[in-house]
Ligand binder design. Structure first.
Ligand code: HEM
Length: 342
């Protein structure tokens, strides 16, 4: 058979340990499926969506209420985007809590982290495309943070917003960014990341001479498990889309401004909470970038997990990495909850 990308990802047999649900949680594969759903549903939305301040909220309403199956397509797009953030976070936690970030997987860990950042930016830019009153925090406070960066802040803000305040140029820029600046690189990086998993020897497990369970599964069994994960994810997406429609509020009239009730999108609530403590450059730019830097440094600063411990959760040899990620995750969750209290 001619070698293909599909066969590269699905060799004739693989160690069964590498595809155990309780080990991988199926999170990486589910993330690939969600990216595919996002591409298909986003492309369909492009047939109706018009990226101008007068038309954007109205065409979103047209898609939701008038276009046949438009509401379903939009809700699927919205929920895939939210689930992608949750599933990639779970995947990241799994990779760290199993010590799979260490060489030879260090480069792929960084590719994954880049994908995580892209998923957040995709979600953020997607929110802005609604141009309704529900996105004013993202549009006003979120983009104002860029201005606080010393020396280059003003120029960066002008380049992103297309002027001195949000307006028609902002929307067209976010639209172009959402599709060409973020979605295209995401699709490319997903392919590269999946390719590298196999190139690095498959999912990290101890070599056969170090464990007793040397069972293998075939390519067909692997595909069967992938299809099962897709059916499960599709069912969850359909249920969410039917019972919890994607939000849409009143159109923004004139220049966007912050109302007292404006809130950040859920994945930036922790930043919104920190901004209450003062200096927006420190809390809104420096601290989030430090969190990202700490995550990127994991494979460089923490000791390599012992080879015989690979393939199991919570190896003793990488406790420090587990504790660091645990503390970061708990802080982010607590801050997000606090933001909802006040
Ligand atoms: C859109 C985002 C992502 C997609 C589509 C994706 C996809 C995948 C897939 C399919 C696998 C193999 C199966 C599995 O582990 O479930 C994998 C493994 C891996 N991913 Fe990701 N991933 C993403 C984000 C991330 C993130 C955020 C990180 C960490 C920062 C990461 C790091 C890794 C590493 C190191 C492996 C190899 C794991 C091992 O050998 O056990 N990925 N990814």
């Amino acid at each position: 058979m001619r070698p293909s990308f599909f066969h590269h990802l699905h060799p004739p047999t693989i160690p069964s340990k590498q595809s155990r649900w309780r080990y991988t949680l199926g999170a990486g594969g589910t993330a690939i499926f969600l990216v595919l759903v996002l591409i298909v549903t986003g492309t369909l939305e492009m047939f109706y969506y018009i990226p101008t301040p007068e038309n954007a909220p109205l065409t979103v309403q047209t898609i939701s209420y008038l276009v046949p199956f438009g509401g379903l397509v939009r809700n699927l797009h919205f929920w895939s985007a939210q689930l992608l953030l949750i599933v990639t976070s779970i995947h990241l936690v799994r990779v760290v809590f199993t010590g799979s970030y260490a060489p030879p997987r260090r480069f792929n860990y960084l590719l994954g982290l880049a994908l995580f950042v892209l998923a957040i930016l995709l979600d953020f830019s997607g929110y802005v495309l609604r141009w309704d009153t529900g996105i004013q925090w993202a549009l006003v406070t979120g983009t104002n943070l860029i201005k606080t960066i010393p020396i280059v802040g003003g120029t960066l803000y002008g380049a992103l917003i297309g002027g001195s305040e949000p307006g028609p140029a902002t929307l067209i820029r976010f639209y172009a960014l959402h599709i060409f600046g973020l979605m295209l690189p995401t699709a490319f990086l997903v392919g590269w990341h999946a390719f590298r998993v196999r190139r690095d020897g498959g999912i990290a497990v101890a070599p056969p001479n170090l464990h007793s369970d040397n069972a293998r599964i075939t390519r067909f069994e692997l595909v069967r498990r992938e299809i099962l994960a897709m059916i499960f994810t599709s069912s969850a997406l359909l249920l969410l889309s039917i019972f919890l429609p994607a939000p849409i509020a009143a159109p923004i009239q004139g220049i966007p401004a912050l109302s007292g009730t404006a809130t950040a999108p859920w994945f930036f609530l922790w930043v919104q909470q920190m901004l209450k403590w003062g200096d927006p450059f420190l809390w809104g730019v420096v601290v989030p970038l430090c969190v990202l830097l700490i995550l990127a440094l994991f494979p460089f600063v923490f000791p390599r997990p012992a080879v015989h411990e690979l393939g199991s959760w919570f190896p003793k040899s990488n406790r420090l990495a587990q504790i660091t990620l645990g503390v970061i995750a708990i802080m982010i969750i607590l801050l997000s909850l606090l933001a909802n209290v006040h």
